[in-house]
Unconditional design. Structure first.
Length: 127
């Protein structure tokens, strides 16, 4: 069972590395390591497929929330080819976390992400 748990935790760790990478080249490299070639990402604000488009979503999130990092919230849970975990977007300056969510990811045989289904549980009030 431990190998399976590691599989989910490793996939989540690569996912957070991609979301926390800075700079276009670093984001692209991290996305390629985390996602399958035809992998997808869907949340209430985006529905994209392919490394380039996933990287663009991540870069846009950094532009919208400069100085913030994505952190896991709770443990990674999984079964079969599916894992789930919570996360929050935390300000490195003051520790506030205006955005939090929950993601369900499906993995391929190599443990790379096939699809992310993201849900937003906490979002900032419209400015």
């Amino acid at each position: 069972m431990a190998a399976h748990t590691d599989r989910y935790e490793n996939a989540a760790a690569r996912y957070f590395e991609a979301w926390n990478a800075t700079g276009q080249e670093a984001v692209e490299k991290a996305v390629a390591a985390a996602w399958a070639v035809d992998g997808g990402y869907t949340d209430p604000l985006a529905e994209v497929r392919g490394h380039d488009r996933i990287a663009a979503v991540i870069v846009a999130a950094h532009a919208q929330f400069p100085g913030f990092v994505f952190r896991p919230l709770g443990a990674v849970d999984g079964h079969h080819d599916t894992a789930r975990f919570g996360w929050e977007l935390v300000s490195e300056a003051d520790g506030s976390a205006p955005v939090a969510g929950f993601d369900v990811v499906t993995l391929d045989d190599e443990g790379r992400i096939r699809q992310v289904l993201g849900f937003l549980d906490r979002v900032p009030a419209a400015v």
